[in-house]
Design a protein around this ligand. Structure first.
Ligand SMILES: NC(=O)c1ccc[n+]([C@@H]2O[C@H](COP(=O)([O-])OP(=O)(O)OC[C@H]3O[C@@H](n4cnc5c(N)ncnc54)[C@H](O)[C@@H]3O)[C@@H](O)[C@H]2O)c1
Length: 420
């Protein structure tokens, strides 16, 4: 429920990469129509710079989420852009105070927290929660959905979907970085792919997931592949540093990773940092435990099936999908964003080049903010509301449960029915 009269006001909880992407989109698309009234961010430099940039009164500048959450509601909307483990405590507290939320995914990696947050949300029917399943707003997936919904190739029978993580992106985020350990963040299928579960639900419209099963493991990025005689624990000291595919010296030195997590301003700075930060570690000597490949099988209503494969071992960082319909096939690939359809009745193949300029998630970060602002002023619900996002999170957690239980089939439908 909106409280401000003219400009929509925001509180920022955690000003990292994601919150910054949303603020940039607001500045570009809605200058003069929004304001930042409060910020909670432990990093002094980020906090003080943002206070200056958005002219935030000092009484509303906080060093932590907890300090902001003690205060009465300070804005229309709170953006929860902290790391995964804080989302639940922040979302429950802020919903309780009446904030509308832009909530980063995953909402939690714990099934009890997910159901408890859903209960909390149901108790506050006036509150809007937009989960950042930004792919629902991307031109690529919107186009795929438009083709499916037109039924010009008949109804969907099955889907084969792939999340190609990319070998260097995997090494950065899931071996050395913040999502490398299920104890501190969550299982890979949740942290990386609650988006993919969500996009399958989005594409299939009103079809619900019935069951899910999954297999996979951490097979390569483990200590068994470390050879103390030919390798070193820090890439900068390693004899393989110029030839190893996963060498931090090569990955960061060639700027394959664009997100800035340490001083990457020059090759000298990179090499200096790699000697003393976690991103300089050998990929076979880290504290990682999440899968490096995993395949899941899902049964939806009306017998529709989907397979979903996520893998570290890909050259490109993208998604690719094949949607098999009664009278034709739809193939989609990102970066460049191409959709091909083949109609079995005519054997005619049509190619659609979406010509999407790069930008966060192929422009979807911006489209998400645009949709949020448009809907918010009209009090209309978002495509990725909290209630619509629960099922994808349950699917991801049940896939992980299946994987840990030898691929045993898990009943998503029953669980969803029980939580209403
Ligand atoms: N929607 C998407 O497509 C997408 C993509 C990538 C990441 N994510 C998710 O977005 C979230 C944020 O990711 P990021 O890459 O921006 O992370 P980040 O690490 O860049 O930012 C997190 C920020 O939170 C701050 N913070 C830490 N503790 C805090 C506290 N107690 N109170 C307030 N702030 C605190 C940190 O200092 C940091 O600035 C993660 O949950 C991640 O999984 C979503």
């Amino acid at each position: 429920m909106r409280i401000s009269k003219d400009r929509i006001s925001f509180s920022i909880i955690g000003l990292g990469g994601r919150s910054r992407a949303y603020l940039n989109a607001l500045k570009e698309l809605f200058a003069g129509k929004f304001e930042v009234s409060a910020i909670a961010e432990p990093d002094k430099e980020k906090r003080e710079n943002a206070a200056k940039e958005f002219d935030i009164p000092s009484r509303n500048v906080f060093e932590s989420d907890l300090a902001l959450m003690e205060k009465p509601r300070l804005s229309d909307v709170a953006v929860i852009g902290t790391q995964d483990g804080l989302h639940y405590r922040e979302a429950t507290a802020l919903i309780g105070k009446g904030y509308d939320l832009i909530l980063e995914k995953p909402i939690s990696s714990n099934i009890n927290e997910i159901t408890s947050l859903y209960e909390c949300y149901k108790k506050h029917p006036g509150v809007t929660v937009a989960v950042c399943h930004v792919l629902r707003y991307s031109k690529f997936f919107n186009k795929l959905k438009e083709i499916i919904d037109s039924e010009r190739l008949g109804k969907v029978v099955s889907i084969a979907h792939n999340e190609n993580i990319g070998y260097y992106h995997y090494a950065h985020s899931y071996v050395r970085g913040p999502w490398n350990n299920s104890e501190t963040s969550g299982p890979l299928i949740m942290t990386k792919s609650c988006h993919d579960m969500d996009i399958l639900l989005y594409l299939l419209g009103d079809k619900r997931a019935k069951t899910i099963s999954s297999v996979g493991s951490l097979s390569f990025f483990c200590e068994k592949n470390y050879n103390a005689e030919t390798m070193a624990e820090k890439c900068i000291n390693c004899p393989q540093k110029d030839v190893c595919a996963y060498s931090a010296v090569r990955i960061y030195g060639t700027k394959k990773i664009k997100s800035i997590v340490f001083d990457m301003s020059s090759v000298e700075k990179i090499n200096e940092s790699l000697g003393n930060n976690k991103y300089g570690r050998c990929v076979f000597k880290c504290d990682n435990n999440v899968c490096d490949h995993q395949s899941s099988s899902i049964l939806f209503d009306d017998g529709v099936t989907a397979t979903f494969s996520l893998s570290a071992f890909t050259a490109k960082v993208n998604r690719s999908i094949k949607i098999m319909c009664e009278y034709g096939e739809i193939r989609g690939i990102e970066k460049p964003y191409i959709i091909e359809t083949t109609d079995f009745r005519t054997d005619k193949t049509t190619v659609i080049d979406l010509d999407i300029a790069e930008g966060g998630h192929g422009g979807a970060d911006k489209d998400f903010i645009k949709t949020f602002m448009d809907k918010y002023v009209q009090s209309l619900p978002m495509e990725s509301s909290l209630d619509k996002s629960i099922e994808s999170h349950v699917m991801a957690l049940f896939a992980e449960k299946s994987r840990l239980n030898g691929g045993q089939v898990q009943n998503v439908e029953e669980f969803m029915r029980n939580i209403g």
